[in-house]
Design a protein around this ligand. Structure first.
Ligand SMILES: N[C@@H](CCC[C@H](N)C(=O)O)C(=O)O
Length: 294
């Protein structure tokens, strides 16, 4: 079984090319692959499959609107094996992988996701590095809510960008205070507003077009970046500054991305790095079937 390993602003993924959907990506197998000590390690898995093949295999009920059977589909899984609708950093790595491996032959194409079609533009690509803009679709505001994280209460804006976020802008928070927060424990949040869980972002206010952000991701824990989270953060930061549209540079632990929001629709631009490729050992993969439940 071939794999590649890549990251977008240090949000890292195991990329599994599986065009015809032969792999059974059970949650325990995904978690084993993402294990940083006993597996390859990653915040998630990106299965590279044809949309039609995922439907035929019963992984998807139907192709999402705007996604054709022959389009490549990013079948995204969180490190704990759960399925999420979208991954903004993942789409950049996915598009870079398709282009670098020759599976995509143009710089503009559509990537399928459970949240719908995500058009990408590959600005630069070689075997190792890429720079990609993703059309992230509609930014839907869900209203104000609160969460407890790092022992503190945060008020934020619930935002749906295909997956759920609570983006908390603190007007008094400095970058140094943000860096000092302990984000090891999972947040508590309003389960009525977020029945399927939520990704929680904490960020500084918009200054000179930029914010600093940290994130606790559903199904993963703290990550060094979250692309959909940066879109939610940008939307919340603009809203806190009484604006709806604009461009925001979002600084995360793993680097920086650029989010543009116009008329409620977002674009995300940022880097991708492909760091390794190889083969998952067949015996290790097969032994997962007899390993005790994790
Ligand atoms: N890291 C991703 C988001 C991955 C999904 C998220 N953990 C969820 O469960 O919604 C990104 O870059 O957007």
């Amino acid at each position: 079984m071939d794999f590649s390993k890549g990251h977008g602003t240090e949000n890292d993924f195991v990329v599994l090319p599986d065009p015809d959907v032969r792999l059974d990506l059970r949650a325990d197998r995904v978690a084993a692959l993402c294990d940083r000590r006993a597996g390859i390690g990653g915040d998630g898995v990106l299965r590279v499959a044809r949309t039609g093949a995922l439907v035929a295999a019963g992984v998807l009920d139907a192709a999402p609107s705007g996604v054709g059977d022959d389009d490549w589909f990013m079948d995204y899984r969180n490190a704990d094996g759960s399925i999420a609708e979208m991954c903004g950093n993942g789409v950049r790595v996915f598009a870079h992988y398709l282009r670098a491996s020759g599976l995509a032959s143009t710089d503009e194409f559509v990537v399928g996701s459970r949240a719908g079609a995500r058009p990408v533009t590959v600005h630069h690509c070689d075997a190792t590095t890429g720079e990609v803009t993703v059309g992230m679709g509609e930014v839907r505001e869900l209203g104000t809510s609160t969460a407890t994280l790092a022992g503190l209460d945060w008020t934020g804006l619930g935002i749906d960008v295909g997956n759920p976020h609570l983006a908390c802008v603190s007007e008094t928070l400095t970058a140094a205070q943000l860096a000092a927060l302990d984000l090891t424990a999972a947040p508590t949040f309003d389960r009525d507003l977020f029945p399927h869980g939520v990704n929680v972002e904490v960020l500084t206010p918009l200054v000179d077009g930029a914010v600093d952000m940290r994130v606790f991701e559903r199904g993963v824990g703290e990550t060094r970046s979250c692309g959909t989270g940066t879109v939610a953060a940008a939307a919340a930061a603009l809203r806190a500054a009484d604006r709806a549209d604009g461009e925001v540079r979002v600084r995360v632990l793993g680097g920086e991305v650029r989010v543009t929001i116009r008329d409620g629709v977002a674009q995300l631009r940022g880097p991708s790095v492909l760091v390794a490729s190889g083969q998952v050992d067949d015996a290790w993969w097969a032994a997962l079937d007899t390993a005790p439940a994790r």
